[in-house]
Design a protein. Structure first.
Length: 211
């Protein structure tokens, strides 16, 4: 305790949050402990940013640091939304480390942000409309799109029918993960897991084809 000039005693925070286990940290975060949230920020801020950057660095030409900050803010907001429902779903008994769980959330949040940009119509100045001389599709873009679709179709031939259906819903139609989970009768967590596995397999096939 510390004696104030007025003679009153002021409590001095002597809690060492750095000694808390992940389970204790999460429990105190759910209790809305400011100390716990500051400790969460200290432990995992850089991890979340690295995971987000891992996804967004491939799109550096279209994304800025502001986009990265927005993704990070969206992730943190999702942890406190709906009475911290998402945070409460963390279950250490499943064998997952909290750092791995947070990293996966950051990666998924970054992919969700990129998908939202893809769905958003491109914006242009009104003056640019007067410069348009033709409304037909660019023939070069049409040929390129057909070639990409043909390559993707050949790659997917080696996939199971269920994986091909999943790839169509997720990558071609851009369907929301929750909708895919309902459509395919799987959990949202499985949607993200399957997406990463299929994407990694497609990337490996593409690299092999280019070699």
């Amino acid at each position: 305790m510390q004696l104030h000039e007025s003679g009153e005693f002021l409590a001095v925070c002597t809690v060492d949050a750095s000694t808390w286990s992940d389970e204790e940290l999460v429990a105190r975060m759910v209790q809305s402990s400011p100390v716990a949230w500051r400790e969460f920020q200290r432990r995992y801020e850089r991890l979340m940013e690295r995971c987000i950057m891992k996804v967004t660095r491939r799109f550096s030409s279209m994304l800025s640091q502001e986009d990265v900050n927005e993704i990070s803010a969206t992730l943190k907001l999702s942890l406190v939304a709906n009475d911290m429902h998402k945070l409460r779903t963390f279950d250490p008994t499943r064998g997952h480390r909290f750092s791995s769980w947070i990293g996966l959330l950051a990666i998924n949040c970054a992919y969700d942000y990129l998908r939202s940009l893809r769905r958003e119509p491109a914006k242009a100045a009104l003056a640019e409309a007067s410069e348009l001389v033709c409304e037909t599709p660019d023939p070069f873009e049409m040929v390129s799109a057909r070639q990409r679709a043909s390559i993707a179709a050949r790659m997917l031939d080696s996939f199971s029918a269920r994986d091909r259906a999943f790839a169509s819903l997720y990558f071609a139609e851009g369907m929301d993960p929750v909708e895919i989970a309902e459509r395919m009768n799987i959990s949202v967590k499985t949607v993200y897991s399957k997406k990463h596995k299929i994407q990694a397999r497609l990337e490996a096939l593409a690299e092999g084809a280019a070699a």
